[in-house]
Design a protein around this ligand. Structure first.
Ligand code: SF4
Ligand code: SF4
Length: 172
């Protein structure tokens, strides 16, 4: 199967379903939530959404878009650390309701492409000039998937030119 930007979330979840729950990626970070993950995780933990955000979640910003992810427990002077939901036996304590990016997974045959798909669909905002500029810079040194080139995201050349020349300001 060819993974493209417009592949549906359900198809992507089936591609990424081969997670072996080894806990490796969870030891160095955590996956971003979609909005619908918040009530699901809060209900599972039997706490309010406010408590969930305060106790267990933190902001992550990529390509000028902010989302939430489980807090990272960082060692002193280290940028990375383990996810707050990773148990001592390396299992996820919220496995059945874990964040969308965790459910998609990031290893296996489609690993890198799944990460790109998530970034394209949930962090890169074609209506936000700053997000477009950051994605353009990123593409100088990174691959993308079909539908993820900058001219796919902003097909109008004049609009793209203005965005890249900073003549369009951030709209958020
Ligand atoms: S996504 Fe991969 S690295 Fe992460 S827990 Fe699953 S099998 Fe391990
Ligand atoms: S929520 Fe679970 S699957 Fe996601 S990073 Fe944390 S421990 Fe890993």
């Amino acid at each position: 199967m060819t993974l493209t930007k417009s592949t549906s979330l359900n198809e992507v979840l089936s591609l990424g379903s081969g997670c072996k729950r080894c806990g490796h990626c969870c030891s160095y970070g955590s996956g971003a939530l979609l909005d619908e993950d918040i009530p699901r995780i809060a209900a599972f933990l039997k706490i309010t959404e406010k408590e969930l955000k305060e106790k267990y979640l933190e902001d992550i910003e990529k390509f000028n878009t902010k989302r939430l992810r489980p807090k990272i427990i960082r060692q002193k002077d280290r940028p990375h650390g383990k996810c707050v939901f990773l148990k001592t036996d390396n299992m996820c304590s919220i496995h059945t309701v874990k964040p969308a990016e965790c459910r998609i997974g990031n290893c296996g045959d489609y690993g890198e492409k799944l990460s790109i798909w998530f970034t394209l669909n949930y962090f890169v905002d074609p209506d936000d000039p700053e997000s477009v500029r950051q994605w353009t810079a990123y593409l100088q040194t990174h691959p993308t998937i079909y539908g993820g080139n900058i001219t796919d995201l902003v097909p109008n050349r004049e609009r793209l030119r203005k965005m890249l020349n900073y003549s369009e300001l951030r709209r958020k």
